[in-house]
Design a protein around this ligand. Structure first.
Ligand SMILES: [Mg+2]
Length: 326
C-alpha cells in the first residue's frame, strides 16, 4: 500500500517549482529566498476528533489537513512555500481512498502555490491521522505575532463566525491572500486565526500582548450557519442535511443563540487583527479585501476579556475548544 501510494504520488505531483528537489529522495531540498525569514507551522488532524472519515468525502479531509496549516501561515502573514504531509492510514483503507485524500491536498496546494515536497506514509491498526508541516516566508521581522496588540488598538475580523460544524470547517478558505495584501500595505500590530473559538482565541491574543480585549457584541458578524445551528437546536429547522456527527453534537449540546455560536464554536479560520485606530479607519472605509472586514472590539490596558453590550462593559467568559496545541 505505502509503495503503491508513493509511486502514484510521485507521478501525480507537479514538477518541483518552489523547491530544488521534492518528493522521491531521502529528503527534500529547499533554497530559501535570500534575506527572508522562514515560518514553520505544524498541525495534526485525527479521525474522530477533527473529522469523521465515514461521513465525508476523503478529498475534503485531505483539503482540511492542509488548509488548517495554511490558515496558521496566514495568521503570521507568511507566503506559503512548501508543505510536508505525514499520514497514518488505517490498514483497512483502500489505495483509492488514500489517493482521494491526497487529491484534496493537491488541489488546495495548487490553488495557493504551495509545493507538496515530501512526507511519510504508514499503515497501522489505528484510525486515520494526518500531520502536515507547512513552510512560509516573510520579509525579515515582518511576520505577524499574537504579542503586538496595544491598549487603544481596534480589533478587526475577516468574515463571519459560528456554526462551522454544519460543514464549513471542511471547506473554509484559508485567508492567505487577505493576509498578504494587508501585510504589504498596512501596519498590523498583532494577528491570529480563529481555530478554537472567537472569544477563547481573542483572550489568548490579548494575554500574549499583555493587555485586555473588549468584544463589541452587537458588531460581531454572525454567519448564516450560526443562525441555522441555533434553529436546528430549537427544532425550528430540519437537521436532515447534516452529517450524523454534526447532528448529534448539535442536538446533544446546550441550546445556544446565534451569537453564542459565533463566540464559541471555533473552526471559523477567520483572522483577528489588532490595528491602530487610524489604520482601522482606513481599512474599514476602503475594504480592500474580497471578504468583509469588521470592527468587532478594542484592546485596553486592563487584562482579561470583556463584552461591550451597548456601552456596558462586563467580563466575558472565553468559550471554545480547549486542547494542548494552538
Ligand atoms: Mg492558529
Amino acid at each position: 500500500m505505502e509503495r503503491e501510494l508513493l509511486d502514484w504520488l510521485r507521478a501525480r505531483l507537479p514538477k518541483s517549482r518552489r523547491t530544488v528537489l521534492g518528493v522521491g529522495d531521502d529528503a527534500a531540498i529547499l533554497r530559501p529566498t535570500p534575506s527572508k525569514e522562514l515560518i514553520v507551522t505544524t498541525d495534526m488532524l485525527m479521525e474522530g476528533v477533527d473529522f469523521v472519515l465515514a461521513e465525508n468525502e476523503p478529498e475534503l479531509i485531505g483539503r482540511k489537513a492542509l488548509a488548517v496549516n495554511l490558515s496558521d501561515l496566514a495568521a503570521m502573514a507568511a507566503e506559503p512555500v512548501a508543505a510536508f504531509a505525514s499520514v497514518a492510514l488505517p490498514n483497512s483503507m483502500s489505495v483509492e481512498t488514500a489517493q482521494r485524500i491526497c487529491e484534496g491536498m493537491i488541489a488546495l496546494a495548487e490553488e495557493f502555490n504551495v509545493e507538496l515536497a515530501g512526507g511519510d506514509t504508514n499503515t497501522w491498526s489505528g484510525q486515520l491521522c494526518l500531520s502536515i508541516t507547512a513552510l512560509g516566508e516573510t520579509p525579515p521581522g515582518r511576520a505577524w505575532r499574537r504579542s503586538g496588540a496595544r491598549p487603544g488598538d481596534l480589533l478587526l475580523a475577516t468574515g463571519a463566525f459560528g456554526g462551522s460544524l454544519l460543514a464549513r470547517h471542511l471547506h473554509f478558505i484559508p485567508r492567505i491572500r487577505e493576509a498578504l495584501l494587508l501585510a504589504g500595505d498596512y501596519d498590523i500590530h498583532a494577528a491570529m486565526d480563529v481555530s478554537d473559538g472567537l472569544s477563547l482565541d481573542l483572550s489568548r491574543l490579548a494575554r500574549e500582548s499583555g493587555c485586555g480585549a473588549v468584544l463589541e457584541l452587537n458588531a460581531v458578524p454572525i454567519h448564516d450557519d450560526a443562525y441555522r445551528a441555533a434553529r436546528i437546536q430549537l427544532g425550528e429547522e430540519s437537521s436532515d442535511s447534516l452529517s450524523p456527527t454534526a447532528k448529534s453534537v448539535l442536538l446533544n449540546s446546550k441550546n445556544r443563540t446565534p451569537l453564542e455560536h459565533a463566540l464559541g464554536d471555533g473552526e471559523d479560520f477567520e483572522l483577528l487583527l489588532a490595528v491602530a485606530p487610524d489604520v482601522a479607519e482606513r481599512l474599514l472605509v476602503s475594504q480592500p479585501l474580497e471578504v468583509q472586514l469588521t470592527r468587532i472590539g478594542r484592546f485596553l490596558e486592563q487584562p482579561g476579556l470583556f463584552a461591550d453590550l451597548e456601552g456596558e462593559i462586563v467580563p466575558l467568559e472565553p468559550r471554545g475548544y480547549e486542547h494542548g496545541g494552538g
